[in-house]
Design a protein around this ligand. Structure first.
Ligand code: HEM
Length: 303
């Protein structure tokens, strides 16, 4: 049975019945509650439009609104976990492009039923987690991936992945599947266990604010292109790192618009993974195609 969008949001929020759902609405529960917004600029690689028919990238400087977050509905959750997330709104002259990304390249479910089951079981503690390991290979593979993910002392020290696939129109009229990868210009920097142990529970926001006051945090954005046999519509399947990549541009987080209304009120909006400019469209991945509706449902509940 296909889960409804409301059921998916309930599973994410841990509100399985109408009483807990109403309670969740009252406290404005949302996923990725521990987060903050900042700003910067995106500079497209001028060569992109030689191969890809995406007029959006002919602009030279595109305003960026960014939100960095941790997973989960607890706004006070500890920063000493491995998950790091980056959401971006690129607001162009006539179009916009949103990215909603994770430092994990792989997802834990390939369909909405498995997504629902995962969200429900992880909230049942060790027993639920063990059940997933025993019964859901995608969840098991995800846990194994997360175990190896290095903890980082900065939101700037991570790669970020779009995870789901999108379709890109090329100048010769073909459509090619690709996935977003943000590569930190200074490389991925793993924190040592000792360094991490000395930190307070909350340090990531202050760290990024201090950092960008001196020098911006920058990432090169690539599209990783699928080979003809790669599974496009399944976010549990990582493509080989050797796949061809095309440089799309650079995102520069510098805080330049942090005093603007849009940045200050950023938590009142949503990042929509299906907000795409001409020349980019959604793949048929069922996870991707449920996300916008779930984010809007969550937005309605928390307003
Ligand atoms: C069917 C699959 C998914 C569902 C149902 C779902 C659900 C949600 C919900 C309900 C929110 C809160 C939205 C809000 O109130 O603004 C959210 C936020 C978020 N999700 Fe998902 N999600 C899904 C897949 C993914 C995937 C694959 C990724 C990673 C690439 C992801 C990354 C994020 C991030 C980073 C946010 C925070 C956005 C922000 O900064 O405001 N989600 N998700």
């Amino acid at each position: 049975t296909e889960k409804t969008i409301s059921e998916l949001v309930d599973a994410v929020n841990g509100t399985p019945d109408s009483i807990s759902r109403d309670a969740g609405k009252k406290v404005k529960l949302r996923n990725h509650a521990n987060g903050f917004c900042t700003s910067g600029v995106f500079k497209p690689n001028p060569q992109v439009t030689e191969t890809l028919a995406i007029p959006f990238f002919t602009q030279s400087n595109i305003d960026v609104l960014a939100r960095f977050s941790l997973g989960g509905t607890n706004p006070q959750s500890s920063d000493k976990t491995a998950g790091r997330f980056m959401s971006l709104k690129l607001n162009g002259d006539t179009e916009s492009l949103h990215f909603v990304t994770s430092n994990a390249e792989v997802f834990f479910a390939s369909n909405l039923d498995d997504f629902f089951t995962f969200q429900t079981k992880v909230k049942q503690g060790n027993e639920g987690k063990q059940w997933l390991i025993d019964n859901k290979p995608d969840a098991k593979a995800f846990f194994e991936y997360i175990k190896k993910l290095p903890p980082t002392s900065s939101y700037a020290d991570n790669r970020y992945f779009g995870v789901n696939s999108f379709m890109f129109t090329s100048n010769n009229g073909e459509t090619v599947a690709g996935r977003w990868i943000f590569e930190p210009v200074n490389g991925v920097i793993a924190a040592s266990a000792a360094e991490f142990a000395q930190k307070p529970d909350h340090f990531l926001q202050q760290e990024l604010t201090d950092r960008i006051a001196t020098a911006p945090a920058t990432w090169d954005l690539y599209v990783q292109l699928a080979d003809k046999d790669d599974k496009v519509n399944d976010p549990t399947i990582v493509w080989p790192a050797s796949r061809q990549r095309q440089l799309i541009g650079q995102v520069i987080i510098n805080g330049q618009h942090d005093d603007a209304k849009a940045t200050l009120e950023c938590d009142k909006g949503i990042f929509n993974p299906l907000q795409l400019p001409k020349g980019i469209s959604a793949s048929a991945d069922p996870i991707l195609n449920a996300r916008s509706a779930a984010y809007i449902e969550s937005f309605i509940r928390r307003n």
